[in-house]
Design a protein around this ligand. Structure first.
Ligand code: SDX
Length: 428
């Protein structure tokens, strides 16, 4: 394998180094391209551009492989817990007993929110989308923890900032939901595990305790693991580029929450259920909607289908689809949109348009069906994605800062006017 590529341009030959990763991925190192050749590259959407070298997640879109720090997602989803996986993603190794005990206890100890947050929360109208509330509340954490503005000066400070965010995000998320439905907030109980504590804050009321069903908390645990990290996706790239200006962890994660909100990214899980509900209301004709998805003159897209990287099955979608069947039967839920989703998937996987473009169900196609069966309201689905993705955002921000990566500032190709002189308004 050659360690160099040659670029022939303007009668000259330029050598471009080739970088090889631990899974034999290859990349042209163009960091000196402009200085050597005067050329930049152009790649809208960064479909062919690597922004960094990272040791956190490996995924192979052609083979449908996803590993966190080398461990296959299938094994982690089956055998681990979300907090253990979060530690693995952030610190690089599965925690040994004492480390896991301390990690769990530290997070349990920091689940409470400063009482002044209630004043901020009450400032939001009750129908505010919880994603907008959540990103605002996360940025507000810097007001209460100014030492978090740059925690990189000390690892104890970095650890405390990370623990606070891991601990408080579920509380902030549940409080955003309670604010939206006009119910009083429920305080965390530190003797509950991470998922049960969140479910209780979401669904208990002062009048009635939520009865925590292990089927529900176990399903949530699996969903959070499956959403925990996914290398340089849109929201994680946002966290990295915001953090590259040395903005704080909380400000960077808040930006990630906003990027995730979009329906082409994490917002797809909400868009999938809304799409399935519309198809159900319109008679449940899967073929009609597949035709719309293929019609270039129709803006309709099959939400939950397709992926920038996976050109085979998204391994997470496989696990979630299996879990959806299990959870719905264990809970005795018969959701008619599940049948519509299965019909759409079956038809799409045989349809030339989808096969040719390698469009398969992604992580968002079935997740909403489980969230709904767990009692999570539709406009909280993307908040659930954010809860899951938090360890990934934290780990990628930490890796970028620890490696002292430069501020992100892409170039462009200018296509506007050439130089022209000012014309006084009286002469225009
Ligand atoms: C996530 O990157 C990540 O890792 C993201 C994520 C993570 O864990 O962080 O995995 C989470 O964001 C999953 C994706 C959720 N989004 C959706 O489900 C929205 C629906 N899907 C798409 O909009 C689309 O597939 C994307 C955004 C996911 C990917 O878009 P790309 O890579 O830019 O591909 P494209 O839009 O250029 O599509 C290629 C072709 C086009 O057709 P042609 O112009 O070649 O004729 O496929 C078509 C598209 O029109 N196409 C679809 C389609 N997705 C792509 N046609 C119909 N329905 C779809 N869903």
């Amino acid at each position: 394998m050659s360690e160099k590529a040659e670029l022939h341009y303007n009668g000259q030959v330029f050598e471009v180094p080739v970088v090889k990763g631990t899974e034999d991925e290859l990349a042209l190192d163009i960091s000196k391209l402009r200085a050597q050749t005067g050329l930049i590259t152009l790649d809208p959407g960064f479909k062919n551009t690597g922004s960094t070298q990272s040791a956190i997640t490996f995924l192979d879109g052609e083979k449908g492989i996803l590993r966190y720090r080398g461990f296959p997602i299938e094994q982690l989803a089956e055998k681990s817990t979300f907090l253990e996986v979060a530690y693995l993603i952030i610190y690089g190794e599965l925690p040994i007993g004492e480390e896991l005990k301390r990690w769990r206890e530290d997070i349990a100890h920091h689940t409470l929110i400063h009482e002044d947050f209630k004043v901020i929360l009450e400032g939001f109208p009750s129908n505010s989308h919880p994603m907008g509330v959540l990103s605002s509340l996360v940025t507000s954490l810097t007001a209460f923890y100014p030492e978090s503005i740059d925690p990189t000066h000390s690892s104890p400070e970095m650890y405390k900032s990370i623990v606070r965010l891991m601990a408080k995000l579920p509380t902030l998320a549940a409080w955003a939901y309670k604010n939206e439905i006009g119910q009083p907030i429920i305080y965390p109980k530190n003797n509950l595990d991470y998922c049960s504590n969140f479910l209780r804050m979401m669904f208990s009321t002062p009048a009635e305790e939520y009865d925590i069903d292990p089927v529900v908390s176990n399903a949530l645990n699996k969903l959070l693991i499956l959403h925990a990290e996914h290398e340089q996706n849109c929201s994680t790239s946002t966290v990295r580029i915001v953090g590259s200006s040395h903005a704080s962890l909380y400000a960077s994660v808040s930006s990630g929450i906003n990027a995730l909100w979009g329906p082409l990214h994490g917002g797809a899980n909400q868009a999938v259920i809304e799409m399935l509900e519309n198809i159900k209301a319109d008679g449940g004709d899967a073929d009609k909607y597949l035709a719309k998805a293929k019609d270039k003159n129709d803006s309709f897209r099959l939400m939950g289908f397709g992926h920038r990287v996976y050109k085979n099955f998204d391994p997470r979608a496989r696990i979630i689809k299996k879990a959806a069947d299990e959870v719905l039967s264990k809970l005795g839920v018969n959701d008619p949109v599940l049948g519509i989703a299965q019909k759409l998937e079956e038809a799409a996987l045989k349809d030339e348009y989808f096969v040719e473009r390698k469009l398969y169900p992604n992580v968002d196609f079935y997740s909403g069906i489980i969230y709904r069966a767990l009692g999570i309201p539709t406009n909280m689905f993307t908040v659930m994605f954010a809860l899951g993705r938090l360890p990934g955002w934290v780990a990628q921000w930490k890796e970028m800062r620890t490696n002292s990566e430069p501020i992100g500032r892409p170039r462009q190709v200018y296509t506007g006017y050439n130089e022209r002189d000012y014309v006084d308004v009286s002469k225009r």
